[in-house]
Design a protein around this ligand. Structure first.
Ligand SMILES: *[C@@H]1O[C@H](CO)[C@@H](O)[C@H](O)[C@H]1NC(C)=O
Ligand SMILES: *[C@@H]1O[C@H](CO)[C@@H](O)[C@H](O)[C@H]1NC(C)=O
Ligand SMILES: *[C@@H]1O[C@H](CO)[C@@H](O)[C@H](O)[C@H]1NC(C)=O
Ligand SMILES: *[C@@H]1O[C@H](CO)[C@@H](O)[C@H](O)[C@H]1NC(C)=O
Ligand SMILES: *[C@@H]1O[C@H](CO)[C@@H](O)[C@H](O)[C@H]1NC(C)=O
Ligand SMILES: *[C@@H]1O[C@H](CO)[C@@H](O)[C@H](O)[C@H]1NC(C)=O
Length: 584
């Protein structure tokens, strides 16, 4: 009977394009759960830090994973970052720095990660915010190219700009800080709750379908959570986990005197909220009052804990269905967010706070080495921080120990960690390799006519080396990461944070090496998509060993002339000159 099934499928197969994998051939293919959080920086429990962030579910996942301490995005704003990591190419190739174009019609017919999995026989589905919605994905989230079925968007997302935050006089406002009673909201729900419900239902359907047939089509399920993006509309019960009295300002809450104005973002998006408007902050350099800064931080942390819980429910369900040992899981933020550092709130910049993200990669059989095999439901149980706080040891105490010098620790404690550089453009080749699919090779220069290639590198060798404890044996890993941010002018103006393509005349290119962050703001032609490296508007150099918070721009100091010159040359050579290489 089994043979007959295979035979009959083979007959069908011969009518299919060659690159569609046979379901029965893919019996052992791993599934993928791809989880992206909007605006999440590494204020995540397992990343340590000054404050005990409460993210038990990400931490639980991380305890079976490799967590990357140096993961960077290519541009610190949603649309360009998502188009970049989903196509495995950098903004200068996707030609997307704003939200105004769709790469297939504007840059090239580039294959996406989900499309590649779909073309290889996977069932591929998107829920919540994965592609940037709207023009950037042709108002379809790139369906049908990238997905097996139309992407799901939670119906309640349409209320994100409805005044819904309770305030003085029983009125409702469009506030930035907006803890709320979920039952009081239209439909009695919030977008991420709906996305979670959909994900759970979809996984159940997939499982039922697999059980009722003898062929298992692997799945690639992409779940995009909207929080902790502003506004902080989150269930109010999460607020009490973060008493205001325990929250501190950023360690560097002032505008650094030597930071060039072109690097400043004007916080336009938070200024539009009623509660921020009421603060009468001056434009463009006004500072958010300290007491309100604390409230923003509190709400950011609480929103993060809320989405951690939602992700936990999805993971618990995946595990309950028996998929924990054959599903690769990646969870990460689409870019960072400033929480008062440099007097800034928001993204739209080239600093650590905005370009660095949490990235956790779980590969069954590899990153869970050394852990006990667990029966279904036991590996990723849902950890509810609202009911389990003692058990989870999340009563704010001391920060978790984190040793900068140690690359990895035993998984039974807190999972593996890596200090190797990775970039979100690396996800495409990495996931392809992990799943045993064809790995896109490095793109040639001007790759607009090449549909299948990448400007990232598979970091599978890092995962293997870290999990096998053989770090640094075989190769030199990437020695820098590259990001960029556009501006319409040297001095701040209302569209500085999100300039339209036609108005971009300066591009800030930044390179993060192990010792330095070097940024050069240069002329940019938005018609030819060309940087003019001779038209330098500003330079920034931060010596991270002594200035990890990037407060002291030394680019103008005489003693650093030679270093600036050296780093400037490397920045111009770009990512191709920082690729991993085999050790001789
Ligand atoms: C772009 O790629 C898609 C998916 O492979 C393909 O269906 C489509 O025909 C291509 N479009 C063009 C204009 O080449
Ligand atoms: C994008 O959408 C427009 C309008 O629906 C359509 O004409 C165009 O063909 C789409 N582009 C691609 C590559 O499918
Ligand atoms: C799950 O399957 C049921 C029954 O076929 C269907 O009504 C529902 O829409 C499916 N849900 C999802 C999320 O695919
Ligand atoms: C699945 O396989 C079992 C045993 O090999 C067989 O009895 C059953 O009919 C098969 N089911 C389907 C849907 O082919
Ligand atoms: C902001 O300005 C308004 C109108 O001038 C004033 O009523 C309000 O008290 C000011 N708020 C603060 C926090 O200064
Ligand atoms: C990275 O290493 C390569 C090869 O050793 C070297 O040519 C390049 O200059 C280095 N780049 C940086 C940014 O250090």
């Amino acid at each position: 009977m089994y043979k007959f099934v295979i035979l009959s499928l083979c007959v069908v197969h011969s009518f299919l394009p060659q690159n569609i994998a046979l379901a029965s051939e893919s019996d052992k293919r791993m599934n993928v759960l791809f989880v992206v959080f909007d605006d999440l920086r590494p204020t995540v429990g397992c990343y340590g830090g000054e404050y005990p962030y409460i993210t038990p579910n990400i931490d639980q996942l991380a305890s079976f994973s490799v967590r990357f301490n140096k993961a960077y995005v290519q541009q610190a704003v949603c649309g360009p970052s998502r188009t970049s990591f989903l196509t495995g190419r950098r903004p200068d190739t996707t030609k997307l720095y704003d939200f105004g174009s769709y790469w297939r019609d504007f840059a090239g017919n580039f294959t996406t990660i989900p499309q590649h999995f779909k073309d290889n026989g996977y069932f591929v589905a998107s829920m919540g915010k994965v592609m940037h919605p709207g023009i950037a994905s042709n108002n379809t989230d790139d369906y049908p190219y990238s997905w097996s079925q139309p992407p799901y968007h939670p119906s309640s997302q349409k209320y994100h700009w409805t005044p819904s935050c309770p305030g003085p006089g029983g009125n409702h406002y469009r506030n930035l800080v907006c803890p709320l009673d979920v039952k009081s909201q239209p439909g009695g729900t919030l977008p991420d709750i709906q996305t979670t419900e959909y994900a759970i239902e979809l996984l159940t359907n997939i499982s039922k379908k697999q059980q009722s047939s003898n062929t298992t089509q692997p799945f690639f399920v992409a779940v995009g959570f909207h929080k902790p993006h502003i506004s902080y509309r989150y269930p109010e019960e999460f607020q009490k986990l973060y008493p205001l009295s325990t929250i501190k300002l950023a360690a560097n809450p002032d505008l650094p005197p030597k930071m060039p104005h072109v690097a400043w973002e004007t916080m336009m998006m938070i200024r539009k909220r009623d509660d921020v408007k009421a603060l009468n902050m001056s434009y463009p350099f006004g500072r958010v009052p300290d007491d309100f800064q604390l409230k923003i931080r509190q709400s950011y942390y609480a929103s993060t804990t809320y989405v951690d819980s939602e992700m936990g429910k999805v993971l618990a369900h995946l595990d309950k269905l028996g998929y924990a040992d054959d599903t690769i899981i990646v969870a990460f933020g689409d870019h960072g967010w400033s929480l008062g550092e440099h007097q800034e709130f928001e993204k739209y910049q080239n600093f650590e706070t905005t370009t660095r993200v949490p990235l956790v990669v779980y590969v069954p059989g590899l990153t869970d080495k050394g852990t006990k095999p667990m029966p279904p439901g036991k590996k990723f149980p849902f950890l509810n921080p609202l009911t389990n706080s003692e058990k989870l040891n999340i009563v704010p105490t001391k920060p978790r120990p984190y040793n900068q010098e140690t690359d990895y620790v035993h998984p039974q404690k807190s999972g593996f960690q890596s200090n190797d550089f990775v970039e979100l453009v690396d996800l495409f080749p990495t996931l392809s390799e992990l799943a045993g699919l064809k790995v896109p090779s490095t793109c040639p220069e001007m790759p607009f006519k090449v549909d299948f290639c990448t400007e990232g590198s598979s970091f599978v060798p890092v995962l293997e080396n870290v999990a096998k404890g053989k770090y640094g044996m075989r190769f030199m890993w990437k020695n820098a990461t590259f990001s960029q941010y556009p501006r319409p002018s040297d001095e701040p103006r209302p569209d500085s944070d999100l300039p339209n393509l036609a108005d971009i005349c300066i591009m800030g290119y930044t390179m993060r090496t192990h010792k330095y962050r070097y940024t050069e703001w240069v002329g940019f032609d938005p018609v030819e998509f060309k940087a003019d490296w001779f038209e330098v508007h500003a330079r920034e150099l931060y010596i991270l060993e002594t200035d990890s918070l990037e407060d002291n721009n030394v680019a103008g100091e005489i003693e650093y002339i030679a270093l600036v010159e050296e780093l400037s040359e490397k920045l111009k050579l770009g990512w191709r000159s920082a690729l991993p290489s085999l050790k001789k």
